[in-house]
Write a protein that binds this ligand. Structure first.
Ligand SMILES: [Zn+2]
Ligand SMILES: [Zn+2]
Ligand SMILES: [Zn+2]
Length: 246
């Protein structure tokens, strides 16, 4: 956190860490698990982290490799546009050296595709070429694990029918009986989406949280329940779970 920011989006942290190394994902992941960075064992690099509800797997995150010449989309001098052509791929797949898996983006650079298509004559009508559009691939947030010392809580997305979803809050030790038995709690969080919107748009959102935080320990009963859960989400969020939606 070189600029000493009060908050950051987990997707930006992820993107920055990829470009710092620099490295890209070799495949389109079915799941992605991001961990909040810390600069010491106990200290987070950012006081608050906003979990993005969606991460678009664009060219900056996922590596494209031409299956023919093995050029990639790394760096400025490399080809920028990549294409898919199923007909060419089927014809050639036996002779290609790259090991392919389903999750890999099978594509050709413009130069190789032009070469492949040059001598095709009328057969070219069977070749359906598409420019690779990386913005189609998206990862959606489905859970956030939050830890305050040894107190774990989680926000989990439940899918409902007709594409809707609902966020739930899970607390394994929400209360205690006679200081010996933990009572777990599962509760709806109908405002989860609005909290994220507010955190992203409201300049004073985290200053307000800071004020709440300075007033009492978040586990204390003095807290407004929603403010407590917001603190848990943005301050204690440590593992962010994403799944591929398509
Ligand atoms: Zn190529
Ligand atoms: Zn082709
Ligand atoms: Zn939502």
């Amino acid at each position: 956190n070189p600029q000493n920011l009060l908050s950051a989006n987990i997707a930006s942290i992820f993107r920055n860490s990829l470009s710092e190394i620099p490295v890209k994902l070799a495949t389109i992941p079915p799941f992605l698990i991001l961990v909040a960075p810390r600069h010491t064992r106990s200290q987070r690099s950012y006081r608050y982290i906003i979990p993005d509800r969606q991460i678009i797997l664009d060219n900056d995150i996922v590596q494209l490799v031409c299956v023919k010449c093995e050029k990639t989309n790394h760096g400025q001098d490399q080809p920028h546009d990549f294409y898919s052509c199923d007909a060419c791929y089927w014809k050639e797949s036996q002779s290609l050296s790259i090991a392919t898996t389903d999750a890999k983006v099978l594509c050709y650079c413009g130069t190789c595709l032009t070469k492949l298509h040059k001598d095709l004559a009328h057969e070219i009508t069977n070749h359906d070429t598409k420019k690779i559009d990386m913005n189609r691939h998206k990862l959606n947030l489905f859970a956030v694990l939050c830890i305050e010392t040894s107190h774990y809580v989680a926000f989990v997305k439940f899918k409902q029918q007709n594409q809707r979803h609902e966020w739930m809050f899970f607390d394994s030790m929400s209360d205690r009986i006679h200081n010996e038995k933990n009572i777990p709690l599962v509760d709806r969080v109908p405002d989860f989406d609005r909290w994220i919107d507010d955190a992203e748009q409201d300049k004073y959102f985290f200053q307000d949280l800071d004020r709440i935080r300075s007033q009492a320990r978040p586990s204390s009963q003095k807290f407004d329940e929603n403010a407590m859960r917001q603190l848990r989400l943005f301050r204690d969020g440590i593992v962010f779970f994403y799944e591929n939606s398509c």
